[in-house]
Design a protein around this ligand. Structure first.
Ligand SMILES: *Cc1c(COP(=O)(O)O)cnc(C)c1O
Length: 475
């Protein structure tokens, strides 16, 4: 047996190669309260419950109590009416999957169920469509990147089982017109899910702090379910989201039981069966530690940071904010003088992670920032890095993509390609070296991103799946 200190030292050594989780300089994937004590409480709670099994709430009643307390807090926060219920899931994707699955299974009379999505809805809905055979009907958004109500109305038909709104959308950070969308759904007796995975733990305090927040909670008539992630702006350890339903009846199809085998009768509220109690305990502990007042302060901090970033970006001629942010997400676009993907690389070289977003629906590539409370003390440094990165990107000029490679890739149908074809394409794209070179990722991603951006969406998906397949192999 290796001594524990050695094992843990090796673990920390490996972790050093990952993006930092603390410090407010990683502006996607992680959400940092900047409060070391709160993080410690969350971590210790996860550790204390790492071996507990949420499979059976009667065997681990403390988990059930914590779940009901988390759901109760969320329903009070989000204007849940009497009788509203909720479930803790493993993340936003699982909450979205279950909302779609429940909407489908509540309508066994519909042979070919459809859901109407703004084109800006999270990719988790496309995953749900893929898993559950619900056809996604995509509605283009308006010039303000919010769902188009009239176009949504026109997209509804007798097979529609769900209407979706985001509060806010991940890519542009704006809240859809939930009141109007929910009313359309209610008029047809259709469910309306509000995906507040990323904004749901910010917007209520933003409203209380006097910010203009359009209505989006259960206070809006016709909203039947809401998803909100605790592992984002709940600042909880990874692995928890909430799926809330207006009534227990709406939730019922989400539950699964099976007595069709000789073992224990399986009884699940989520997609998982055996599940660690760790994330739930971690989220509960962070909620106790921060409380309502703690979240209000963190919200004030993160919104101050967003305001300062928006004001700072306005002084950089080559940059613009794509849409005035409704919460904590900022999308930046560059003008013709510099390349957005190069700016991302330059930011990385300066110790900041910002996330490239590919062009979509005729809109150019953008740079995504999920701002955290912990970023507030570093906003000036962030803006300096951004100015320097833009200057470097202007100096570097446009990204050179081999037009021959682009033409070649555009002429291909990904559905007809073999594994060997993908090996060649991955090498040509620069994403993966030749077999002998192994899978060292390029230091700079701008060329790869530019090429992926020029590929069709199905080809981009296929290339990245092939890439992940090559990455995910034992040494
Ligand atoms: C993050 C996010 C999701 C998916 O959540 P995961 O926790 O990454 O699975 C869904 N919708 C929105 C709007 C999100 O921001």
């Amino acid at each position: 047996m290796s001594p524990a200190p050695d094992v843990l030292a090796r673990l920390r050594e490996r972790q050093a190669a990952d993006l930092p989780v603390h410090g407010g300089r990683t502006l996607a994937y992680v959400y940092d309260s900047g409060l070391a004590e709160v993080d410690r409480v969350g971590r210790e709670a996860v550790a204390a419950y790492a071996g507990s099994n949420g499979l059976d709430p009667t065997a681990f009643p403390s988990l059930l109590t914590m779940e009901n307390e988390l759901v109760g807090f969320a329903l009070r926060l989000l204007d849940g009416p009497d009788g509203a219920v909720g479930t803790v899931t493993s993340g936003g994707t699982e909450s979205v999957l279950l909302a779609v699955q429940a909407a489908r299974d509540a309508r066994p009379d519909v042979a070919r169920p459809r859901m109407v999505l703004p084109s800006t809805a999270h990719a988790a809905f496309h995953k749900a469509a893929h898993y559950f055979g619900v056809e996604p009907v995509l509605v283009p958004v308006g010039p303000d990147f919010r769902a188009d109500v009239a176009a949504t109305e026109a997209a509804l038909d007798d097979s529609t089982v769900l209407v979706v709104a985001s509060a806010p959308s991940y890519a542009h950070g704006v809240v859809d017109p939930v009141t109007e969308l929910a009313a359309l759904a209610a008029a047809r007796g259709v469910r309306c899910h509000v995906d507040a995975c990323i904004g749901g733990w910010v917007l209520p305090w933003a409203a209380r702090l006097g910010r203009a927040v359009p209505p989006w909670t259960f206070a809006v008539e016709g909203v039947t379910s809401v998803s909100v992630d605790l592992h984002k702006y709940g600042y909880a350890p990874k692995g928890t989201s909430l799926l809330l339903h207006r009534t227990a009846e709406l939730r019922r199809p989400q539950f699964f039981a099976s007595a069709a085998w000789p073992g224990y009768t399986m009884l699940n509220s989520t997609m998982q069966s055996t599940k660690s109690g760790g994330p739930l305990a971690g989220a509960w502990a962070v909620l106790q530690a921060l409380g309502d007042a703690g979240y209000e302060r963190l919200t004030a901090d993160v919104l101050s940071a967003v305001d300062a970033i928006v004001a700072g970006v306005a002084t950089v001629p080559e940059l613009r904010v794509v849409a005035p942010p409704d919460s904590t997400l900022v999308a930046l676009a560059t003008d013709a003088r510099c390349d957005a993907f190069t700016v991302c690389d330059e930011m990385a070289a300066r110790g900041w992670y910002v996330q490239p977003q590919m062009s979509h629906a005729g809109e150019p590539p953008t740079i995504h920032l999920s701002v955290s409370a912990a970023t507030l003390p570093h906003v000036d440094e962030l803006l300096s890095a951004l100015r320097a990165s833009v200057a470097a990107a202007v100096a570097a000029g446009p990204v050179a993509v081999d037009p021959g490679v682009v033409d070649f890739i555009r002429a291909l149908d990904p559905a007809t390609l073999s594994d060997a074809d993908f090996d060649g394409l991955l090498a040509a794209s620069g994403l993966v070296g030749e077999a002998s070179e192994g899978l060292a990722l390029p230091e700079r991603m701008a060329e790869v991103n530019a090429l992926l951006d020029l590929a069709s969406p199905p080809m981009r998906e296929a290339l990245l799946v092939a890439f992940l397949d090559r990455l995910s192999r034992p040494a």
